[in-house]
Design a protein around this ligand. Structure first.
Ligand SMILES: [Zn+2]
Length: 309
């Protein structure tokens, strides 16, 4: 019996090594570091993962570089956020890569938004005429850990389709990630419970899923519209609204100029926090869990300080 088990284990290990060696590691390219972090959780050392955009960059506006085309040329699987987040820079890179595996609709093209919970889907006619960069709903959906789970399952499905022999490697990794995330969500929920309903203003509409999950009330934005820089009139209106609603927190993504947020902070007495919406946005947010740890601690410390004053 023991021998049989040993033999089975030996065959399983041999088979999995064989498939890795025979085919090489699956080469995964993601558009953002958040997707890379989740792909790493599922794929472990059976895949290589490289992100095009860095977490400290605005994912709507990434400057295309020739090195990005090279990454895509070698990719087996491209994972993107979708909902037109990358519309301004990804399509020409995909085209120029001439890699048939990652063209739109190919097996190696994974739009991670298709099963996720998407907020702020516009009703009626959709137009980008006014510069709105969220025409298909809010693309910052990875900031809800429940969507993180959905993304992980989608990545697992795709990796298993590419490497059916390695399903026994990917599946426990997926389950472990889902379990650790469920545990973390309980911890994060308890941390945030005393601060439910806290009113905040954010620079860009990056945090609706985050706010929904953790009980924040987003009452306004520094941008008049997603992707449109602040205007003096909008800033004045926002300041008045913040004074009326007693809003004391302004969240700013690391890639925006702090000049307007700081002037809003001075006018309203609000704390201005640089809060990364992505893994890699600050060095402490080095994986998907640490992103939420960092953001929630930053927020809670600021709210505590405001309540003491
Ligand atoms: Zn956006």
């Amino acid at each position: 019996m023991t021998n049989k088990i040993c033999l089975a284990v030996f065959i399983a290990v041999f088979a999995s090594n064989f498939s890795v060696n025979a085919q090489g590691k699956l080469n995964v390219v993601t558009t953002t570091e958040d997707l890379a972090a989740i792909a790493r959780e599922v794929g472990g050392d059976h895949i290589t993962v490289d992100s095009i955009a860095k977490g400290y960059q605005d994912p709507h506006f990434v400057e295309a570089k020739p090195s990005f085309i090279l990454k895509l040329q070698k990719a087996d699987l491209l994972i993107l956020v979708g909902r037109e987040l990358e519309i301004g820079w990804l399509p020409p890179l995909i085209q120029q890569s001439r890699n048939s595996k990652v063209q739109v609709g190919a097996d190696g093209y994974l739009d991670a938004s298709l099963q996720a919970r998407i907020l702020e889907i516009p009703q009626g006619q959709i137009t980008r005429a006014e510069g709105d960069v969220h025409p298909l709903g809010n693309p910052h959906y990875w900031l809800d850990p429940e969507n993180g789970k959905i993304i992980a399952r989608e990545i697992f499905d795709r990796l298993s389709r590419f490497r059916p022999n390695e399903g026994a490697f990917f599946e426990p990794r997926l389950n472990d990630f889902l379990n650790r995330l469920s545990d973390a969500e309980k911890r994060w929920g308890a941390m945030m419970a005393p601060y439910k309903g806290t009113k905040v203003v954010t620079y860009h509409r990056s945090f609706p899923n985050f706010a929904e999950r953790f009980g924040l009330d987003v009452v306004g934005y520094v941008e008049p519209k997603p992707g449109i820089p602040p205007t003096p009139q909008h800033t004045l209106d926002l300041i008045n609204e913040m004074k009326k609603a007693n809003v004391k927190v302004v969240l700013v993504e690391p890639y925006f100029d702090l000049k307007t947020p700081n002037s809003i902070g001075r006018a309203t007495g609000a704390e201005v926090l640089v809060m990364p919406p992505s893994v890699g946005g600050v060095k402490e947010a080095s994986d998907y869990f640490k992103l939420f740890d960092y953001d929630l601690n930053l927020l809670i410390n600021a709210i505590k300080k405001i309540r003491e004053n």
